[in-house]
Design a protein around this ligand. Structure first.
Ligand SMILES: [Zn+2]
Length: 294
């Protein structure tokens, strides 16, 4: 049987913080427990938000924390042709259209205003920027899928989200498009990520089906919150994990993930990963909305 693949995909918008360490550790342990490979991807497609040097610092922090990944990191900003090829495929199916609407032109789901008038004919040149490109979700039906940790989910894409942006007005490819192209390119079989992306999944399933790409399994992880349940504070989330003793940071992340406590004699980050992977138990994450700091 081919080996499965998990991944962690940080954005270079700052240093690795506690919330992203927890996400990285969950996906890595989940993959390792299954005997899967674990890969990295740099989600730097939004160049306007990238912080110079952040990517290198994230990778060196992960290395110091004992994370081990296979293959070179996939860098989105170097993969733009693959996203253009995906747009070609959507356009060939007459699913792609030019949209001039602004934020104030509609509320809630996009109502399909430019769907017909903006439709791009197969092979026609696409405007490079200044207009958004959306994918037509007409007749996409109700998408149902079973999230490994959050249970059965459903969304009627057309009425709840509407035709969504696949290339932004500023010319950058949208996250929804890049993530499905990249997951396929990296052969990802299982996506472990924060529950804040749960309602994005139907958009990705829809694109995977249109583009003929394999559908990975999904497991959405509760988010780390303050003891009172509020969003992780700026000071705590920005407290650089890089400055913590690696085993201390890993033990804290394991505690947040409600994992068994590794024995105190383990003083090495690599051994800690191995122990935690062998004892990985995602059951306490099932259906949980939040992971509370204490
Ligand atoms: Zn429009």
């Amino acid at each position: 049987m081919p080996v499965g693949r998990g991944r962690f995909a940080p954005s270079p918008t700052g240093d690795l913080h506690l919330g992203s360490l927890v996400a990285a550790l969950a996906s890595s342990l989940d993959a390792r427990h299954r005997g899967d490979d674990w890969l990295l991807r740099l989600e730097d497609i939004d160049e306007a938000r990238a912080v110079p040097g952040a990517a290198d610092r994230i990778f060196s922090t992960l290395k110091n924390l004992g994370f081990i990944w296979t293959e070179p990191v996939l860098v989105q900003s170097k993969n733009l042709q693959a996203y253009e090829n995906a747009l070609d495929l959507l356009q060939a199916q007459e699913r792609l259209f030019v949209c001039h609407c602004g934020r104030s032109d509609y509320q809630g789901a996009y109502p399909g205003t430019c769907r017909t008038v903006g439709r791009l004919q197969p092979g026609a040149p696409r405007p490079k920027s200044d207009v958004a490109l959306r994918v037509n979700t007409h007749n996409s039906g109700t998408l149902r899928w079973q999230d490994d940790w959050q249970g059965w989910q459903r969304q009627d894409l057309e009425s709840e989200v509407g035709d969504f942006v696949v290339r932004r007005k500023d010319g950058f490819h949208a996250y929804q498009l890049a993530v499905v192209v990249d997951d396929a390119a990296q052969g990802i079989t299982r996506v472990v990520r924060g529950v804040d992306l749960l309602d994005n999944t139907p958009r990705q399933l829809f694109l995977q089906r249109l583009l003929g790409l394999p559908e990975p399994d999904y497991a959405h992880l509760p988010l780390v919150v303050e003891p009172d349940g509020t969003k992780l504070s700026k000071s705590r989330s920005s407290a650089a994990v890089a400055e913590m003793v690696p085993t201390t940071a890993l033990r804290l992340a394991l505690k947040l993930l409600r994992q068994p406590e590794p024995p105190p004699y383990i003083e090495n980050a690599h051994e800690l990963h191995a122990w935690a992977a062998a004892h990985w138990n995602p059951a306490p994450l099932s259906g949980a909305a939040n992971l509370h700091l204490h």
